[in-house]
Design a protein around this ligand. Structure first.
Ligand code: ATP
Ligand code: MG
Length: 361
C-alpha cells in the first residue's frame, strides 16, 4: 500500500569487550524486526576500538569517520579505552563522535519491568543529559584538556556551559516532555555554580513560554539524588548538565535492575542518531556470554523509532514497537533473561527469546 521507503543506512560499530557480544545481539534483533515489517536496512559494519587499532592502526580509523556522514544512524558499542596502549592512535572514539556529529543530547530512559529486581514497579522517566559541554569541553573551544595542573599542589578542572549548548538540550527535553507526560525537571546546582548552572537554568526557563503545555520545575542535584531513590515516580523528563546526567542516570539504572537495563540514544541538530547504551564495556564479564544485551537492544530500538519519525517511515516506527513488545516479553521469562536481572539465561538466550517473538505472527 505505501510507497517503498528507501533503505535505512545503519552503521555497526561494535566496540570492545561485551560490545562484541551485545552489538551483534542488537543487530540480530533489529534484523528480525525489520524482516517482520518489511523495513529495508543497509547494514554497514565499520571498524572501531581495540580491534581497529590492530587491523587499521587506529581506534577510530579515517575510513570509519568518512563513512559515517552518509548513514542515517549507527549502533555504537562500548569502548574499553582504559585498557588501550598509551599511543596517539589509541584514542577514545566516543567524545570525538559526539562532537563531530553535534550529538548534544543523550536521552537515557529508566523504566521498571516486573520480576527483574527493580526497587519500584512503576518508574518511567527519561534523563536528557547534555553531552558535549561541562567538564569535557569541546575541542573547538581550543581548551584542550579539561584539567590542568599549574603546579604540583594545584589542579584546575574547567567546566564549560554555553547559552547555545544549554538552550539546545533544553529544547530537546521540552520536545520529549511534550510527547510524554508534559513534565520537565531541570536539575542543577545554581546555589554554588551561580554562573554555570545559573546559565543552564536560565536558558531552560527562557524556553518555557514556548511550551505552555509542559510543566517546568527545577531541583538541586543533591536533592535530586535523594528524590530519585525516594520518589522516582514523580519525574517524567529530567534535563541536566553533562556530569550530573552521567551520575544520575547510573543511579536511575540502579532503581530498575542495574546498568544492563540502561539504554541511551544520542541525538543533535543534524538528522543522525547514535544508539549507545549507558554502560561501559564491562571487561570483568566480557567473553563469557553473560552480558545483558537489553540496554544495547533498547538503544537500537530507540534509534529506529527516532528514525521512523524523523524520516516519515511508519514501518520503522512499527518495527520499533514490535521490538519493545518482544523485549518486554523476553524480560518476563526468567529462563531467557540474564543473571544481573534475576534470570538463568545469558546474552544468547535472551537475544533468541526476543528474536523468536519477532518471528511469530
Ligand atoms: P565507563 O567508564 O565506560 O562508564 P564503568 O567503569 O562505568 O565504564 P561499566 O563497564 O559501565 O563500568 O560497568 C560497570 C559494571 O556493571 C561492569 O563491570 C559489569 O559488572 C556491570 N555491567 C555493565 N554493563 C552490563 C551489562 N550489559 N550486563 C551485565 N552487567 C553489566
Ligand atoms: Mg560509567
Amino acid at each position: 500500500s505505501e510507497a517503498a521507503a528507501p533503505a535505512l543506512r545503519i552503521g555497526v560499530l561494535d566496540g570492545d569487550d561485551i560490545g562484541l557480544e551485545i552489538v551483534p545481539a542488537a543487530v540480530e534483533v533489529a534484523r528480525a524486526a525489520a524482516l517482520r515489517h518489511g523495513v529495508a536496512i543497509d547494514w554497514q559494519p565499520l571498524p572501531i576500538g581495540r580491534r581497529a587499532l590492530d587491523t587499521h592502526g587506529h581506534t577510530l580509523p579515517p575510513a570509519t569517520l568518512e563513512a559515517l556522514p552518509a548513514l542515517d544512524g549507527w549502533i555504537l558499542g562500548p569502548i574499553g579505552h582504559r585498557a588501550y596502549p598509551k599511543v596517539p592512535e589509541a584514542i577514545n572514539p566516543h567524545p570525538i563522535l559526539r562532537k563531530r556529529f553535534n550529538l548534544f543530547a543523550n536521552v537515557r530512559p529508566t523504566r521498571s519491568y516486573p520480576g527483574i529486581g527493580c526497587l519500584f514497579d512503576d518508574v518511567d522517566l527519561v534523563i536528557v543529559r547534555e553531552n558535549n559541554e561541562g567538564f569535557q569541553p569541546d575541542r573547538n573551544m581550543l581548551l584542550g584538556n579539561a584539567e590542568f595542573r599549574p603546579n604540583d599542589e594545584v589542579t584546575l578542572s574547567m567546566r564549560v556551559i554555553t547559552r547555545t549548548g544549554s538552550r539546545r538540550v533544553a529544547r530537546a527535553a521540552f520536545e520529549l516532555a511534550r510527547q510524554r507526560r508534559r513534565h520537565l525537571t531541570c536539575v542543577h546546582k545554581d546555589t554554588v555554580f551561580k554562573l554555570g548552572c545559573g546559565m543552564f537554568v536560565e536558558e531552560c526557563r527562557k524556553l518555557a513560554p514556548e511550551y505552555p503545555d509542559v510543566l517546568l520545575d527545577d531541583v538541586i542535584v543533591d536533592t535530586m539524588a535523594m528524590r530519585l531513590v525516594r520518589d522516582p515516580q514523580s519525574f517524567d523528563v529530567v534535563v541536566t548538565t553533562n556530569m550530573f546526567g552521567d551520575i544520575l542516570s547510573d543511579e536511575a539504572a540502579g532503581l530498575v535492575g542495574g546498568l544492563g537495563m540502561a539504554p541511551g540514544l544520542c541525538i543533535g541538530e543534524g538528522d543522525v542518531a547514535m544508539a549507545q547504551a549507558t554502560h561501559g564495556s564491562a571487561p570483568d564479564i566480557a567473553g563469557r556470554g553473560i552480558a545483558n544485551p537489553y540496554a544495547m537492544i533498547e538503544s537500537t530500538r530507540m534509534m529506529f523509532e527516532w528514525l521512523g519519525h524523523s524520516r516519515g517511515h511508519p514501518a520503522a516506527v512499527a518495527m520499533a514497537r514490535s521490538m519493545a513488545d518482544a523485549t518486554a516479553a523476553a524480560l518476563a521469562d526468567p529462563q531467557a533473561r540474564t543473571g544481573d536481572v534475576r534470570g538463568q539465561g545469558g546474552t544468547e538466550s535472551f537475544t533468541q527469546a526476543v528474536v523468536a517473538r519477532l518471528a511469530q505472527d
